[in-house]
Design a binder for this molecule. Structure first.
Ligand code: FMN
Length: 199
């Protein structure tokens, strides 16, 4: 089998960046076949007990406007007045129209009590990393957004998911704007993150 080399894999992993919707090209669609391949790659994540605890709600075209409208409505309804921020309210409505695709990524509780909820969320996080790396390999920008309102009953009801399920993020996908100054990120030296145990 012709696997990518470790060095190619390292390059891909380190090249992935969070690229905001404002830096995505609103004029370019993402083809359904490509989206399906990215999501299928997501589903090849490890999953304890093969519960496959995920559901991907894909918003594109006009459905992005209703997502934007609902995000604003629910932000207004669920945010205490002292915490309400006008700039956040605006962004809730602007972002879905800046990206051609938004995926509401849901942890679907399929394993019953046997598999702890945390493990189902961990499996979904693995799936989303698969999705972002695949998007990066395709040249797409991706951005994981997790406003607290995603956990509200109002949002769950609107999305049509059960109380035991949880939307862990909105994954914005799109082609980077031409000429985008590619974002940089930093990590602490790996030596500070390893504790070697030899004997
Ligand atoms: C679970 C999770 C939730 C995130 N939610 C947000 C978010 O709500 N807003 C945001 O700006 N970035 C969010 N991010 C992206 C991080 O800010 C980003 O990964 C970090 O700044 C490092 O940048 P990089 O992804 O380019 O390496 C989230 C990332 C994860 C893993």
């Amino acid at each position: 089998m012709n696997l990518p080399s470790l060095s190619e894999t390292t390059t891909l992993i380190r090249h992935r960046r969070s690229i905001k919707p404002v830096d995505m090209d609103t004029t370019r669609e993402v083809e359904a076949d490509l989206l399906t391949e990215l999501i299928e790659n997501a589903t090849w994540a490890p999953t304890h007990g093969l519960t496959e605890p995920w559901k991907f709600h894909v918003f594109s075209g006009a459905s992005r406007q209703s997502l934007a409208t609902q995000l604003r409505r629910i932000y207004q309804e669920t945010t205490p007045p002292t915490e309400f921020r006008e700039d956040k309210y605006q962004k809730m409505g602007d972002n879905p129209l800046l990206a051609p695709v938004i995926i509401a990524c849901v942890m679907e509780r399929n394993g019953g009590a046997k598999i702890p909820e945390l493990e189902e969320i961990e499996a979904l996080a693995c799936a989303l990393q698969n999705l972002m790396l695949s998007a990066t390999a395709a040249g797409l920008a991706s951005f994981w957004s997790s406003p607290p309102l995603l956990g509200s009953p109002e949002f769950q009801t609107w999305l049509g998911i059960r109380a035991e399920d949880r939307c862990v993020g909105l994954m914005y996908l799109g082609w980077p704007k031409p000429g985008l100054n590619y974002p940089r990120s930093v990590r602490q030296p790996v030596s500070t993150k390893i504790s070697w145990h030899h004997d």
